[in-house]
Write a protein that binds this ligand. Sequence first.
Ligand SMILES: Nc1ncnc2c1ncn2[C@@H]1O[C@H](COP(=O)(O)OP(=O)(O)OP(=O)(O)O)[C@@H](O)[C@H]1O
Ligand SMILES: [Mg+2]
Length: 399
Amino acid sequence: MTQALHEHLMGFAKDLTAALRALSERSFAPHEAKTLRSFSAGEASYYLGVADGYLRKAHHEGRIPEVGIGPGGRRKYTAAQIHEIRSVLAATAKNPDQFRPGRHDLAKDEMQVLAFVNFKGGSGKTSTAIHAAQELSLRGLRVLAIDCDPQASLTTFFGYQPEIDFFDGGSFYDVIRYRDRDSGEGPKPITDVIRKSCFPNLDLVPGGIQVAEFEHETPAALSRGELPVFFDKIRAALQVVKDDYDVVVLDCPPQLGYITMSAICAARNIVMTIIPERVDLASAAQFLNMAASLTEVLHENAGVGLFDNFRFLLSRFDTNVATQVDFASFIRDLFGDAVMKAAFLKSSAISEAGVSQQTVLEVDLSEMRNRKTYERAIQSVHEVAEELHEMLQANWGRR
Ligand SMILES: Nc1ncnc2c1ncn2[C@@H]1O[C@H](COP(=O)(O)OP(=O)(O)OP(=O)(O)O)[C@@H](O)[C@H]1O
Ligand SMILES: [Mg+2]
Protein backbone atom coordinates (compact mmCIF):
# COMPACT_ATOMS: atom_id res chain seq x y z
CA MET A 1 0.00 0.00 0.00
CA THR A 2 1.41 3.36 -0.97
CA GLN A 3 1.67 5.81 1.95
CA ALA A 4 2.78 9.38 2.47
CA LEU A 5 6.46 9.17 3.36
CA HIS A 6 6.47 12.19 5.68
CA GLU A 7 3.82 10.68 7.96
CA HIS A 8 5.67 7.41 8.07
CA LEU A 9 8.99 9.07 8.94
CA MET A 10 7.36 11.38 11.48
CA GLY A 11 5.96 8.31 13.27
CA PHE A 12 9.43 6.74 13.54
CA ALA A 13 10.94 10.03 14.64
CA LYS A 14 8.40 10.55 17.43
CA ASP A 15 8.76 6.98 18.74
CA LEU A 16 12.55 7.07 18.62
CA THR A 17 12.81 10.49 20.27
CA ALA A 18 10.48 9.45 23.10
CA ALA A 19 12.29 6.14 23.60
CA LEU A 20 15.72 7.79 23.64
CA ARG A 21 14.61 10.42 26.12
CA ALA A 22 13.22 7.76 28.42
CA LEU A 23 16.45 5.80 28.08
CA SER A 24 18.73 8.72 28.89
CA GLU A 25 16.54 9.92 31.73
CA ARG A 26 16.80 6.45 33.26
CA SER A 27 20.49 5.90 32.73
CA PHE A 28 21.89 9.35 33.48
CA ALA A 29 19.48 11.09 35.80
CA PRO A 30 19.92 12.91 38.06
CA HIS A 31 22.27 15.13 36.12
CA GLU A 32 25.73 14.87 37.61
CA ALA A 33 27.81 18.01 37.31
CA LYS A 34 31.31 17.42 36.03
CA THR A 35 34.23 18.07 38.33
CA LEU A 36 37.84 18.72 37.41
CA ARG A 37 40.75 16.75 38.86
CA SER A 38 43.73 18.47 40.41
CA PHE A 39 47.06 18.87 38.65
CA SER A 40 50.59 17.83 39.54
CA ALA A 41 53.40 20.32 40.11
CA GLY A 42 54.79 19.39 36.69
CA GLU A 43 51.47 20.14 35.03
CA ALA A 44 50.99 23.37 36.98
CA SER A 45 54.46 24.57 35.92
CA TYR A 46 53.68 23.67 32.34
CA TYR A 47 50.47 25.71 32.28
CA LEU A 48 52.18 28.60 34.08
CA GLY A 49 55.08 28.49 31.64
CA VAL A 50 57.80 28.11 34.30
CA ALA A 51 60.44 25.47 35.04
CA ASP A 52 59.61 22.70 37.51
CA GLY A 53 61.90 24.00 40.25
CA TYR A 54 60.49 27.53 39.99
CA LEU A 55 57.23 26.69 41.79
CA ARG A 56 58.99 24.69 44.51
CA LYS A 57 61.28 27.61 45.22
CA ALA A 58 58.43 30.15 45.12
CA HIS A 59 56.42 28.04 47.59
CA HIS A 60 59.45 27.67 49.83
CA GLU A 61 59.99 31.43 49.86
CA GLY A 62 56.31 32.01 50.57
CA ARG A 63 55.89 34.08 47.40
CA ILE A 64 52.87 32.12 46.15
CA PRO A 65 49.91 30.61 48.00
CA GLU A 66 50.33 27.09 49.39
CA VAL A 67 48.23 24.30 47.86
CA GLY A 68 46.95 20.89 48.93
CA ILE A 69 49.13 17.84 49.41
CA GLY A 70 48.26 14.62 47.60
CA PRO A 71 49.40 11.02 47.89
CA GLY A 72 53.15 10.64 48.39
CA GLY A 73 53.34 14.12 49.97
CA ARG A 74 53.31 15.80 46.56
CA ARG A 75 51.67 19.16 45.98
CA LYS A 76 48.50 19.13 43.94
CA TYR A 77 46.95 22.15 42.30
CA THR A 78 43.35 22.88 41.39
CA ALA A 79 42.84 24.84 38.17
CA ALA A 80 41.65 27.78 40.30
CA GLN A 81 44.90 27.65 42.30
CA ILE A 82 46.95 27.63 39.11
CA HIS A 83 45.14 30.81 38.04
CA GLU A 84 45.59 32.36 41.48
CA ILE A 85 49.32 31.65 41.38
CA ARG A 86 49.46 33.15 37.89
CA SER A 87 47.94 36.40 39.12
CA VAL A 88 50.26 36.54 42.13
CA LEU A 89 53.23 36.04 39.81
CA ALA A 90 51.91 38.65 37.38
CA ALA A 91 51.74 41.13 40.25
CA THR A 92 55.22 40.38 41.58
CA ALA A 93 57.43 39.02 38.80
CA LYS A 94 60.20 41.01 37.09
CA ASN A 95 58.54 40.36 33.77
CA PRO A 96 54.81 40.40 34.61
CA ASP A 97 53.68 39.99 31.00
CA GLN A 98 55.05 36.46 31.06
CA PHE A 99 52.09 35.71 33.35
CA ARG A 100 49.51 37.73 31.46
CA PRO A 101 48.72 35.62 28.39
CA GLY A 102 45.32 37.21 27.76
CA ARG A 103 44.33 40.61 26.41
CA HIS A 104 45.99 43.52 28.17
CA ASP A 105 44.29 46.56 26.71
CA LEU A 106 40.71 45.55 25.90
CA ALA A 107 40.37 48.35 23.36
CA LYS A 108 43.56 47.46 21.52
CA ASP A 109 43.83 43.69 21.92
CA GLU A 110 40.76 42.36 20.19
CA MET A 111 38.86 39.31 21.35
CA GLN A 112 40.03 36.50 19.07
CA VAL A 113 37.57 34.21 17.33
CA LEU A 114 38.87 30.83 16.27
CA ALA A 115 36.71 28.50 14.15
CA PHE A 116 37.28 24.81 13.44
CA VAL A 117 35.80 23.93 10.07
CA ASN A 118 35.48 21.23 7.42
CA PHE A 119 32.40 19.63 6.00
CA LYS A 120 33.99 16.21 6.19
CA GLY A 121 32.31 14.51 9.15
CA GLY A 122 34.60 13.03 11.76
CA SER A 123 37.70 14.98 10.71
CA GLY A 124 38.40 15.91 14.32
CA LYS A 125 36.85 19.39 14.57
CA THR A 126 35.15 18.81 17.90
CA SER A 127 38.06 16.90 19.44
CA THR A 128 40.48 19.63 18.45
CA ALA A 129 38.11 22.38 19.57
CA ILE A 130 37.51 20.95 23.04
CA HIS A 131 41.15 20.10 23.70
CA ALA A 132 42.26 23.52 22.48
CA ALA A 133 39.58 25.28 24.53
CA GLN A 134 40.52 23.46 27.73
CA GLU A 135 44.22 23.88 27.21
CA LEU A 136 44.04 27.59 26.39
CA SER A 137 41.92 28.11 29.49
CA LEU A 138 44.47 26.29 31.66
CA ARG A 139 47.15 28.53 30.19
CA GLY A 140 45.25 31.50 31.56
CA LEU A 141 43.11 32.70 28.67
CA ARG A 142 39.42 33.38 29.23
CA VAL A 143 37.75 31.06 26.75
CA LEU A 144 34.20 30.83 25.44
CA ALA A 145 33.45 27.64 23.52
CA ILE A 146 30.43 27.79 21.22
CA ASP A 147 28.85 24.64 19.90
CA CYS A 148 27.50 25.58 16.46
CA ASP A 149 26.58 21.99 15.65
CA PRO A 150 23.04 20.59 16.00
CA GLN A 151 24.69 17.22 16.83
CA ALA A 152 26.13 19.04 19.85
CA SER A 153 29.08 16.73 20.51
CA LEU A 154 31.10 19.60 21.98
CA THR A 155 28.32 20.18 24.50
CA THR A 156 28.51 16.58 25.73
CA PHE A 157 32.13 17.21 26.77
CA PHE A 158 30.74 19.67 29.30
CA GLY A 159 28.66 16.93 30.92
CA TYR A 160 25.34 17.79 29.29
CA GLN A 161 22.89 15.61 27.45
CA PRO A 162 21.86 18.11 24.77
CA GLU A 163 18.85 16.08 23.61
CA ILE A 164 17.38 16.45 27.11
CA ASP A 165 19.02 19.50 28.61
CA PHE A 166 18.53 21.83 25.65
CA PHE A 167 15.61 20.22 23.89
CA ASP A 168 13.27 23.14 24.47
CA GLY A 169 15.75 25.98 24.73
CA GLY A 170 18.95 27.28 26.24
CA SER A 171 21.13 26.54 23.22
CA PHE A 172 22.95 28.74 20.72
CA TYR A 173 19.77 28.69 18.66
CA ASP A 174 18.14 31.15 21.11
CA VAL A 175 20.92 33.60 20.26
CA ILE A 176 21.01 33.33 16.48
CA ARG A 177 17.32 32.71 15.82
CA TYR A 178 15.19 35.07 13.78
CA ARG A 179 12.13 36.91 15.05
CA ASP A 180 8.97 34.85 15.12
CA ARG A 181 6.38 36.67 13.09
CA ASP A 182 3.43 35.41 15.14
CA SER A 183 4.71 35.60 18.69
CA GLY A 184 7.20 38.41 18.07
CA GLU A 185 9.81 36.41 20.03
CA GLY A 186 13.30 37.27 18.92
CA PRO A 187 16.92 36.37 19.66
CA LYS A 188 18.28 36.53 23.22
CA PRO A 189 21.60 38.01 24.26
CA ILE A 190 24.31 35.37 24.32
CA THR A 191 24.82 35.96 28.06
CA ASP A 192 21.42 34.28 28.63
CA VAL A 193 22.68 30.90 27.43
CA ILE A 194 26.31 30.90 28.61
CA ARG A 195 27.14 28.08 31.05
CA LYS A 196 30.09 27.94 33.39
CA SER A 197 32.17 24.78 33.33
CA CYS A 198 34.38 22.95 35.81
CA PHE A 199 37.33 24.73 34.15
CA PRO A 200 37.39 28.14 35.86
CA ASN A 201 38.23 30.08 32.68
CA LEU A 202 36.11 28.13 30.24
CA ASP A 203 32.45 28.80 29.47
CA LEU A 204 30.10 27.12 27.03
CA VAL A 205 27.31 28.11 24.71
CA PRO A 206 25.55 24.78 24.17
CA GLY A 207 24.52 23.36 20.83
CA GLY A 208 21.45 21.25 20.23
CA ILE A 209 19.08 19.99 17.63
CA GLN A 210 17.26 23.35 17.55
CA VAL A 211 20.35 24.91 15.97
CA ALA A 212 19.40 23.09 12.76
CA GLU A 213 16.37 25.40 12.50
CA PHE A 214 18.73 28.21 11.56
CA GLU A 215 19.41 26.51 8.23
CA HIS A 216 15.69 26.23 7.48
CA GLU A 217 14.73 29.71 8.66
CA THR A 218 17.47 31.70 6.97
CA PRO A 219 16.01 31.81 3.42
CA ALA A 220 12.69 33.22 4.69
CA ALA A 221 14.48 35.74 6.94
CA LEU A 222 16.58 36.84 3.96
CA SER A 223 13.53 37.42 1.84
CA ARG A 224 11.91 39.46 4.64
CA GLY A 225 15.10 41.49 4.89
CA GLU A 226 15.52 40.76 8.61
CA LEU A 227 18.72 42.06 10.19
CA PRO A 228 21.32 41.01 11.04
CA VAL A 229 21.72 38.84 7.97
CA PHE A 230 22.85 35.24 8.58
CA PHE A 231 26.56 35.90 8.00
CA ASP A 232 26.53 38.65 10.61
CA LYS A 233 24.55 36.74 13.24
CA ILE A 234 27.47 35.27 15.19
CA ARG A 235 29.62 38.36 14.91
CA ALA A 236 26.77 40.52 16.21
CA ALA A 237 25.95 38.08 19.03
CA LEU A 238 29.57 38.18 20.23
CA GLN A 239 29.57 41.96 20.60
CA VAL A 240 27.77 41.56 23.93
CA VAL A 241 30.70 39.62 25.44
CA LYS A 242 33.56 41.30 23.62
CA ASP A 243 35.21 42.36 26.88
CA ASP A 244 34.59 39.13 28.75
CA TYR A 245 36.79 36.66 26.86
CA ASP A 246 40.21 36.48 25.28
CA VAL A 247 39.27 33.86 22.76
CA VAL A 248 36.07 32.35 21.39
CA VAL A 249 36.28 28.84 19.98
CA LEU A 250 33.63 27.91 17.41
CA ASP A 251 33.02 24.23 16.70
CA CYS A 252 31.28 24.03 13.33
CA PRO A 253 28.97 21.33 11.98
CA PRO A 254 30.13 19.07 9.12
CA GLN A 255 28.40 21.09 6.44
CA LEU A 256 28.90 24.36 4.65
CA GLY A 257 25.52 25.81 5.59
CA TYR A 258 24.46 29.20 6.87
CA ILE A 259 25.77 28.61 10.35
CA THR A 260 29.25 27.63 9.15
CA MET A 261 29.25 30.70 6.87
CA SER A 262 28.27 32.83 9.83
CA ALA A 263 31.10 31.29 11.88
CA ILE A 264 33.60 31.87 9.08
CA CYS A 265 32.51 35.51 8.83
CA ALA A 266 32.82 35.97 12.61
CA ALA A 267 36.22 34.29 12.89
CA ARG A 268 39.47 35.97 11.97
CA ASN A 269 41.26 32.67 12.69
CA ILE A 270 40.16 29.57 10.87
CA VAL A 271 41.53 26.08 11.30
CA MET A 272 40.54 23.40 8.82
CA THR A 273 41.10 19.90 10.19
CA ILE A 274 42.20 17.34 7.62
CA ILE A 275 42.90 13.65 8.05
CA PRO A 276 45.80 12.89 5.68
CA GLU A 277 43.87 10.37 3.57
CA ARG A 278 42.99 10.49 -0.12
CA VAL A 279 39.19 10.68 0.38
CA ASP A 280 39.60 13.42 2.93
CA LEU A 281 41.82 15.42 0.60
CA ALA A 282 39.31 15.09 -2.23
CA SER A 283 36.53 16.38 -0.02
CA ALA A 284 38.81 19.14 1.29
CA ALA A 285 39.28 20.37 -2.27
CA GLN A 286 35.52 20.45 -2.70
CA PHE A 287 35.03 22.27 0.60
CA LEU A 288 37.64 24.88 -0.29
CA ASN A 289 36.03 25.45 -3.68
CA MET A 290 32.57 25.91 -2.27
CA ALA A 291 33.77 28.06 0.62
CA ALA A 292 35.69 30.22 -1.85
CA SER A 293 32.67 30.88 -4.06
CA LEU A 294 30.38 31.58 -1.14
CA THR A 295 32.78 33.93 0.62
CA GLU A 296 33.48 35.67 -2.68
CA VAL A 297 29.79 36.52 -3.05
CA LEU A 298 29.62 37.75 0.54
CA HIS A 299 32.81 39.73 0.20
CA GLU A 300 31.68 41.47 -2.97
CA ASN A 301 28.20 42.25 -1.74
CA ALA A 302 28.63 42.80 1.95
CA GLY A 303 32.33 43.44 2.41
CA VAL A 304 32.69 40.58 4.89
CA GLY A 305 34.97 37.58 4.85
CA LEU A 306 38.29 39.01 6.03
CA PHE A 307 40.65 36.90 8.08
CA ASP A 308 44.00 36.99 9.87
CA ASN A 309 44.95 33.32 9.88
CA PHE A 310 43.81 30.33 7.88
CA ARG A 311 45.60 27.10 8.81
CA PHE A 312 45.28 23.46 7.95
CA LEU A 313 45.68 21.06 10.86
CA LEU A 314 46.58 17.45 10.20
CA SER A 315 44.16 15.65 12.49
CA ARG A 316 43.62 12.07 13.60
CA PHE A 317 46.99 11.58 11.94
CA ASP A 318 48.19 7.98 12.27
CA THR A 319 51.95 8.09 11.83
CA ASN A 320 52.03 4.27 11.70
CA VAL A 321 50.17 4.26 8.41
CA ALA A 322 52.59 4.83 5.52
CA THR A 323 49.98 6.34 3.19
CA GLN A 324 49.01 8.89 5.87
CA VAL A 325 52.64 9.86 6.33
CA ASP A 326 52.93 10.29 2.55
CA PHE A 327 49.77 12.35 2.32
CA ALA A 328 50.88 14.46 5.26
CA SER A 329 54.11 15.37 3.43
CA PHE A 330 52.12 15.93 0.26
CA ILE A 331 49.90 18.49 2.07
CA ARG A 332 52.90 20.15 3.72
CA ASP A 333 54.72 20.44 0.36
CA LEU A 334 51.62 21.83 -1.27
CA PHE A 335 50.48 24.35 1.34
CA GLY A 336 53.72 25.10 3.20
CA ASP A 337 53.28 27.49 6.12
CA ALA A 338 49.51 27.33 5.88
CA VAL A 339 49.78 23.88 7.49
CA MET A 340 50.26 23.94 11.26
CA LYS A 341 53.61 22.46 12.27
CA ALA A 342 51.99 20.51 15.07
CA ALA A 343 49.60 17.71 14.16
CA PHE A 344 46.82 16.21 16.23
CA LEU A 345 47.98 12.60 16.24
CA LYS A 346 45.61 9.71 16.24
CA SER A 347 45.58 8.04 19.62
CA SER A 348 43.42 5.43 21.30
CA ALA A 349 43.62 7.64 24.40
CA ILE A 350 41.60 10.38 22.64
CA SER A 351 38.85 8.01 21.55
CA GLU A 352 38.89 6.07 24.83
CA ALA A 353 38.52 9.21 26.96
CA GLY A 354 35.94 10.48 24.47
CA VAL A 355 33.66 7.54 25.18
CA SER A 356 33.01 8.98 28.65
CA GLN A 357 32.87 12.55 27.25
CA GLN A 358 36.28 13.43 28.59
CA THR A 359 39.41 14.84 27.06
CA VAL A 360 42.85 13.41 27.78
CA LEU A 361 43.51 16.52 29.90
CA GLU A 362 40.74 15.61 32.32
CA VAL A 363 41.76 12.02 32.92
CA ASP A 364 43.69 11.23 36.09
CA LEU A 365 46.80 9.55 34.72
CA SER A 366 47.70 7.86 37.98
CA GLU A 367 44.66 5.63 37.43
CA MET A 368 45.53 4.67 33.86
CA ARG A 369 47.17 1.40 32.97
CA ASN A 370 48.08 2.71 29.48
CA ARG A 371 49.63 5.87 30.87
CA LYS A 372 52.29 6.16 28.14
CA THR A 373 49.59 6.26 25.46
CA TYR A 374 47.86 9.08 27.32
CA GLU A 375 51.10 10.98 27.77
CA ARG A 376 51.81 10.83 24.04
CA ALA A 377 48.29 12.08 23.26
CA ILE A 378 48.67 14.91 25.78
CA GLN A 379 51.99 15.86 24.22
CA SER A 380 50.27 16.15 20.84
CA VAL A 381 47.52 18.31 22.39
CA HIS A 382 50.17 20.52 24.02
CA GLU A 383 51.91 21.06 20.69
CA VAL A 384 48.72 21.96 18.83
CA ALA A 385 47.60 24.30 21.63
CA GLU A 386 51.05 25.91 21.84
CA GLU A 387 50.93 26.79 18.15
CA LEU A 388 47.41 28.19 18.43
CA HIS A 389 48.50 30.13 21.52
CA GLU A 390 51.42 31.63 19.59
CA MET A 391 49.06 32.60 16.80
CA LEU A 392 46.83 34.47 19.26
CA GLN A 393 49.82 36.14 20.91
CA ALA A 394 51.04 37.25 17.47
CA ASN A 395 47.59 38.71 16.75
CA TRP A 396 48.01 40.80 19.90
CA GLY A 397 51.38 41.92 18.62
CA ARG A 398 53.48 39.89 21.07
CA ARG A 399 56.51 37.63 20.44
N1 LIG B 1 43.35 12.41 17.49
C1 LIG B 1 42.41 11.46 17.56
N2 LIG B 1 42.74 10.18 17.89
C2 LIG B 1 41.81 9.23 17.97
N3 LIG B 1 40.52 9.43 17.76
C3 LIG B 1 40.11 10.66 17.43
C4 LIG B 1 41.03 11.75 17.31
N4 LIG B 1 40.35 12.84 16.97
C5 LIG B 1 39.08 12.48 16.89
N5 LIG B 1 38.92 11.16 17.16
C6 LIG B 1 37.67 10.40 17.19
O1 LIG B 1 37.05 10.48 15.93
C7 LIG B 1 35.66 10.70 16.06
C8 LIG B 1 35.29 11.97 15.32
O2 LIG B 1 36.00 13.04 15.89
P1 LIG B 1 35.33 14.46 16.08
O3 LIG B 1 33.99 14.32 16.69
O4 LIG B 1 36.31 15.31 16.77
O5 LIG B 1 35.21 14.90 14.57
P2 LIG B 1 34.29 16.05 13.97
O6 LIG B 1 34.99 16.57 12.78
O7 LIG B 1 33.92 17.02 15.01
O8 LIG B 1 33.00 15.23 13.57
P3 LIG B 1 31.61 15.86 13.03
O9 LIG B 1 31.89 16.23 11.63
O10 LIG B 1 30.63 14.75 13.17
O11 LIG B 1 31.31 17.03 13.89
C9 LIG B 1 35.37 10.74 17.54
O12 LIG B 1 34.88 9.49 17.94
C10 LIG B 1 36.71 11.01 18.19
O13 LIG B 1 36.84 10.40 19.45
MG1 LIG C 1 32.02 17.75 15.54
